[in-house]
Ligand binder design. Structure first.
Ligand SMILES: [Zn+2]
Length: 477
């Protein structure tokens, strides 16, 4: 007992000594970084005459025409028993006929469209629908389901797809809706300029979710009317993606793991996608040697030669971008350096099926880079950045006021340097969100960037951004 007391007293003495010694070197006060709030800046007073509305170049017109052809409603007969409804909406819907009823693969994005498709399918057969398969949980594939539902219809998806649908509809429902509205070019529509392009993106309102009744982890096989359906969990465009393989027909249904464009490996406002798994899934498809490939968007591939050729080049392109991004990360390149320097090799870039109409290589690099690394770049400044308004007000003052920056922005706009216009006007807007002139100048440059984009998603993003700037300035076009 006595010994224990002595040890305790010794321990206290040592601790006190250590504290006394350490205070020579260490301050126990919490040190807060100095954050000085720069003075508010006054509103700009420059006069601004907006440029003429952007013209569409011939190349974009050609691309838009090709896209419109992809998006005009059509039922493609693939075989006597497989029919593809495409162009009715963003997503395709597929009907497979068997002796004992129908299997519907994907349902498009809303009930009105699904009704049109079902009435077309009903011209071909009056057999009952027995199964609905969701290749994945994206809205353009699932929200038409109520139209195809009836007593006893089974709805199949992977378990991971159900998780994804919960995230999309419940946990992050408001954000997903907002990001998709922005991507579709539909934000603040009353402030949007008129456009010759009609968006193939349907609005995602009034959605009724039909939840899957059969879910599985890795694979699910069923037979109906003598036909065998093999469903395999195949990650890529979403973590919960599946592919359907009909071995008897040698028909493959890849969902969105293939469509005729460079794929959207990273959708700019949403979660990162499993890119490595995407090309691995494509390699599994190539190994099946399909005679038909009937995808979630755009037309079907037919003939084994075309199917294998196109799928394997998709795989190569994805793998190339993934590997190059990892190389850039390992070599210490920044995200922007990687995004500005990685491009597809000529032999892949020139292929019709890999045009950057929907996905983009640089966006993919950004998505992969972000998925594979953390948010801090290691250079110190980014560890505890100032509130953006502080930095912007300091910079605007340093430049000699908002007018100076906007005069330069107007000159750059005339010279066609629209990205730099956006970056300069952003500085003024961040310093003073009430600066309406800065917002209008920016909106016009965004409009130009959209028209020059040649990419469906990029056009939508710029269109929404321009509308939102006009809305914030309360100026209709
Ligand atoms: Zn889709």
């Amino acid at each position: 007992m006595k010994g224990k007391v002595i040890i305790a007293v010794e321990f206290v003495i040592i601790v006190v000594l250590l504290i006394v010694l350490s205070t020579q070197f260490v301050s126990f006060k919490t040190i807060r970084p100095v954050v000085r709030e720069p003075a508010a800046i006054s509103e700009s007073e420059v006069s601004y005459t907006p440029p003429p509305p952007p013209r569409i170049d011939l190349e974009t017109v050609k691309k838009a025409r090709a896209l419109r052809a992809e998006f005009s409603p059509k039922i493609d007969k693939i075989t006597d028993e497989i029919y593809l409804a495409r162009g009715f909406s963003l997503g395709n819907s597929i009907m497979v006929i068997t002796e004992e009823g129908l299997v519907i693969i994907d349902t498009t994005g809303n009930a009105q469209v699904a009704e049109k498709i079902l009435s077309e399918f009903r011209k071909i057969t009056d057999k009952p629908i027995r199964y609905i398969i969701y290749t994945h949980g994206h809205p353009d594939h699932i929200y038409g389901a109520p139209v195809f539902m009836a007593e006893g219809v089974q709805v199949i998806a992977t378990r991971a797809a159900v998780e994804f649908m919960k995230r999309q509809d419940q946990w992050l429902g408001a954000y997903h809706l907002r990001s998709r509205t922005i991507q579709a070019g539909r934000a603040a529509p009353e402030f949007a300029t008129k456009t010759v392009f009609s968006s193939p993106f349907p609005p995602w309102q009034n959605k009724q979710m039909i939840w899957p009744t059969i879910t599985f982890e890795d694979e699910y096989v069923f037979e109906l009317g003598g036909k065998r359906f093999e469903l395999y969990h195949a990650m890529g465009e979403t973590p919960g993606h599946l592919m359907v393989w009909m071995p008897g027909e040698r028909a493959l249904f890849p969902g969105d793991l293939y469509y005729a464009s460079f794929p959207n490996l990273s959708t700019p406002m949403l979660e990162s996608r499993p890119v490595k798994e995407w090309y691995e899934s494509l390699d599994r498809m190539v190994a099946l040697n399909p005679d038909y490939v009937i995808p979630g968007h755009t037309r079907a591939l037919s003939g084994r030669e075309e199917a294998v050729d196109v799928l394997s080049h998709h795989s190569q392109a994805i793998r190339y971008v993934y590997d190059e991004t990892l190389k850039a990360i390992n070599a210490g390149k920044t995200l922007d350096e990687a995004a500005h320097t990685i491009t597809l090799p000529e032999r892949l870039a020139k292929r019709w099926h890999l045009q950057e109409l929907y996905g983009r290589v640089d966006w993919s690099v950004r998505g992969i880079y972000r998925k594979e690394t953390g948010w801090y770049d290691g250079h110190g400044t980014g560890l505890n950045p100032l509130p953006p308004g502080h930095r912007a007000r300091e910079m605007v003052q340093l430049a000699g006021g908002a007018d100076k920056i906007l005069i330069r922005a107007i000159a750059l706009q005339k010279a066609g340097e629209h990205q730099l216009v956006c970056e300069l006007t952003d500085m003024v807007i961040t310093a003073n969100p009430n600066d309406r002139t800065a917002r209008i100048i920016k909106a016009n440059s965004l409009e130009y960037l959209g028209y020059q984009s040649g990419n469906l998603n990029m056009f939508g993003f710029y269109r929404s951004a321009a509308s939102l700037e006009r809305q914030a300035a309360d100026i209709k076009p």
